[in-house]
Design a protein around this ligand. Structure first.
Ligand code: GH3
Ligand code: MG
Ligand code: MG
Ligand code: MG
Length: 325
């Protein structure tokens, strides 16, 4: 964001030109019982192509705000029978509306209540008689700020998820497992609960790449991830450790249950050949699985992974497409 010479904020376009940001499409709720002022506010905000809605009472305003994704709430403090300040604090107390900008409309003689409103979480105010340009400028500022914060948050969430998930398959990555498994194991030990660790590796995956190409190989990796994820409980974890090797973590799972899960996973892959692209026929895919169960005092994440890896090596040596503990 850069300030233009006219004092307006705008977004710097890739071409280097500045475009003033109107609040096109912004959802604005107005609570004002003077019909004249309501009309003036609505008409002014519609100039910037805001989508303006009005509410009759604080109760309906709150209900509306909780069920909508509002960009701005305009609350008049000159309401005859209602308490706009109470609505401010209600909006701030609900998770859904905590961040929505609030603009107060007040009478000149009512500045005490403005201070109260700002304290309760209102962001700005305009004084009656309403100056259209001022209202528009203050509304713009609030909506722009909200949208900017949303962009920041979206970027932050995206980089967070990029850091912890595998970009090809969408399952977790090794970094996530390294951070998460030790804590999960610690909790299992504390609660005297078993936790099962499955390692699996696609059999002769090099042949898939060599026969069909790397792109088809990538599609097989995605399909394997998706079949694994689909066949697990919501609190189980799948991660790609690298290449064609995956780990599955099953909290609260003993050896017998882990074997059942592993065999189900193995057969769901082996029994239905992969159809990843239209131009390539069915590709038979199998995986070998090694697993171990931890949760005893002294168990470490690295130790469990190593044990599962040794079992996986045995499964490969014994002929692949099998599960070994
Ligand atoms: P094994 O049954 O012993 O596991 O044999 P394998 O061929 O699966 O094992 P190997 O470790 O010899 O080869 C793994 C292959 O996985 C080699 C590598 O090119 C391929 N690979 C690793 N990462 C990717 C990827 O992201 N995409 C694709 N398409 N291939 C990958
Ligand atoms: Mg290998
Ligand atoms: Mg392999
Ligand atoms: Mg491998």
């Amino acid at each position: 964001l850069r300030e233009t010479t006219s004092g307006q904020f705008g977004v710097l376009e890739p071409t280097g030109t500045l475009r003033s940001e109107s609040f096109e499409g912004a959802r604005i709720l107005v609570l004002e019982d003077s019909r004249l002022d309501l009309a003036k506010i609505a008409e002014t905000l519609q100039r910037d192509h805001g989508h303006v809605m009005s509410a009759e009472t604080c109760a309906t305003a709150l209900e509306r705000a909780l069920g909508d994704d509002l960009d701005l709430v305009v609350i008049s403090l000159t309401l005859m029978n209602e308490d706009g300040l109470r609505l401010c604090s209600q909006l701030r107390s609900h998770e859904r509306t905590r961040q929505v900008p609030i603009l107060l409309v007040v009478d000149e003689g009512d500045l005490n209540r403005v201070a109260k409103g700002l304290e309760l979480g209102a962001n700005d105010y305009v004084i009656k008689p309403i100056d259209r340009n001022e209202l528009l400028a203050r509304a713009r500022t609030q909506i722009r700020r909200k949208r900017y914060q949303e962009r920041l948050r979206a970027n932050y969430e995206q980089s967070l998820s990029m850091a912890l998930t595998d970009s090809l398959t969408g399952v977790f990555n090794r970094r996530y497992i390294n951070a998460h498994l030790p804590r999960l194991l610690e909790r299992a030990i504390d609660n005297h609960k078993p936790v099962a660790i499955l390692l699996f590796d696609i059999d002769h995956f090099k042949v898939v790449n060599d026969s069909y190409g790397h792109t088809v190989g990538d599609e097989v990796l995605k399909e394997v991830s998706s079949r694994a994820s689909r066949n697990l409980r919501t609190f189980d974890l799948v991660a790609r450790l690298g290449g064609e090797e995956f780990v599955v973590i099953l909290p609260d799972t003993d050896a017998e249950a882990a074997l059942t899960v592993a065999e189900r996973l193995r057969t769901r892959i082996a029994d239905t050949p992969f159809k990843v692209t239209a131009d390539v026929g069915e590709i038979p895919v199998t995986v070998s699985i090694g697993f171990t169960v931890g949760g005893r005092l002294g168990d470490t994440a690295e130790g469990l992974i190593r044990r599962a890896d040794e079992a996986l090596y045995e499964a490969k040596r014994a002929g692949r497409n099998r599960t070994i503990a």
